[in-house]
Design a protein around this ligand. Structure first.
Ligand code: 5GP
Ligand code: ZN
Length: 136
């Protein structure tokens, strides 16, 4: 897709530090390196984000993730890894070509902060919402 930075990387029009490539998927180091070894796994076909993808294309993408993640872990000697995918601007998406972040974790203060604000459970509301989603 024209004007998509990741399509340009896939096409070889701009450089990237590639760590894995096959006919459907490419993985390369994120230019910003939130933690050392921060890697992006992308489908070669352009999709705006995961919400636009079907089961087959999603399966192809995610089937590569565990192997690539283990290689990154092995080389970086990280203690853990956050595997993240942002969809739309409100969720932090800045590049609108589907990508999965592999962020190796070293310490709590290694540069990546993820926090979930928790609430007292309202079991009636949970049941109603779950039912609506199940029926959607
Ligand atoms: P998002 O915020 O959309 O989930 O993540 C986009 C990621 O793409 C960011 O972490 C950013 O550093 C990375 N990125 C943006 N432009 C480039 C680029 O030209 N090359 C590489 N390797 N990564 C990029
Ligand atoms: Zn693209």
């Amino acid at each position: 897709m024209a004007d998509c930075i990741f399509c340009k990387i896939i096409a070889g029009e701009i450089p990237a530090s590639k760590v894995y490539e096959d006919d459907q998927v490419l993985a390369f180091l994120d230019i910003s390196q939130v933690t050392p070894g921060h890697t992006l796994v992308v489908p070669k076909q352009h999709f705006r984000n995961l919400l636009e993808m079907d089961a087959d294309s999603t399966s192809q993408l995610f089937s590569r993730v565990p192997d690539i993640a283990r290689k990154v872990m092995k080389v970086t000697k990280a203690k853990g890894m956050n595997i993240l995918n942002n969809n739309e601007e409100i969720a932090g998406q800045t590049v609108f070509h589907t990508h999965v972040h592999l962020a190796p974790r070293y310490e709590e203060t290694d540069g990546l902060q993820i926090s979930f604000e928790t609430h007292e459970p309202d079991f009636t509301a949970l049941a109603e919402l779950a039912e609506k989603i199940a029926q959607a």
